[in-house]
Design a protein around this ligand. Structure first.
Ligand SMILES: Nc1nc2c(ncn2[C@@H]2O[C@H](COP(=O)(O)OP(=O)(O)OP(=O)(O)O)[C@@H](O)[C@H]2O)c(=O)[nH]1
Length: 221
């Protein structure tokens, strides 16, 4: 097979990040796509896009089209359009904020409803973010596990700040979508991809809008 034929066969997967404002969706997307983290909170208005190519076991290249959707869009008219057609969803909450966990039911219902007509539901992962703040955790581990079991979700704890398991959570979801199994060694390897640079954004600027071969972002409001 020629290179161009291989490129044509490469799959692009639409992955949507959903969850309450300030749960860390933008931080996860930036950590995954650009290996950076910003301490300052800047609310996402509408949505941002990130593109990143990853290689799954079996040398399978897939490009993840990551839709970072602002937490304030819940109840808005555009939300079901953003979710529509997603093959994967990362449902994010903050382990130190119980309300962000309680609201997951609403986010999940939105996902189910938005894809009702198409007849296919996306693969969904429950992401407990900010595990670097384990000492101030308010959402019990068992609650997280029960929610996963009851709703058939992949379970993952991450920290966008340290990078812990961030690559892994995207990789596991992509693998589930394309039907590839990750073995224990592959999961362990991905878990430890951590590059924890801290970036302080200037007050009036958002996350770094840099382009590289590996990832691209743009914004729609
Ligand atoms: N300690 C810690 N802070 C985090 C982590 N992830 C995000 N934050 C902080 O939490 C705040 C909110 O993060 P964002 O990524 O902007 O949250 P969001 O979910 O995109 O918020 P919306 O745009 O309102 O939907 C920021 O101050 C981040 O620096 C984490 O893993 N650990």
């Amino acid at each position: 097979m020629s290179d161009s034929e291989e490129e044509i066969q490469e799959r692009q997967l639409k992955i949507v990040l959903l969850g309450d404002g300030a749960s860390g969706k933008t931080s996860l997307a930036i950590r995954f796509a650009q290996e950076a983290f910003g301490k300052q909170y800047k609310q996402t208005i509408g949505l941002d896009f990130f593109l990143k190519r990853i290689t799954l076991p079996g040398n399978l290249n897939v490009t993840l089209q990551v839709w970072d959707i602002g937490g304030q869009t819940i109840g808005g008219k555009m939300l079901d359009k953003y979710i529509y057609g997603a093959q994967g969803v990362l449902l994010v909450y903050d382990i130190t904020n119980s309300q962000s966990f309680e609201n997951l039911e609403d986010w999940l219902n939105m996902v189910r409803k938005s894809n009702e007509e198409s007849g296919t539901q996306p693969a969904i992962s429950l992401i407990g973010n900010k595990i670097d703040l384990e000492h101030v955790r308010t959402v019990k581990m068992e609650k997280h596990q029960r929610f996963c079991q009851e709703n058939g979700l992949i379970s993952q704890f991450v920290s966008a700040k340290t990078g812990d398991s961030v690559f892994l959570c995207f990789q596991r979801l992509a693998a589930e979508i394309v039907g590839v199994k990750l073995n224990k060694a592959e999961m362990e390897q991905s878990q430890h991809i951590v590059k924890a640079e801290l970036v302080d954004y200037p007050q009036d600027e958002g996350p770094i809008r840099q382009e590289s071969n590996q990832s691209k972002i743009c914004s729609v409001q």
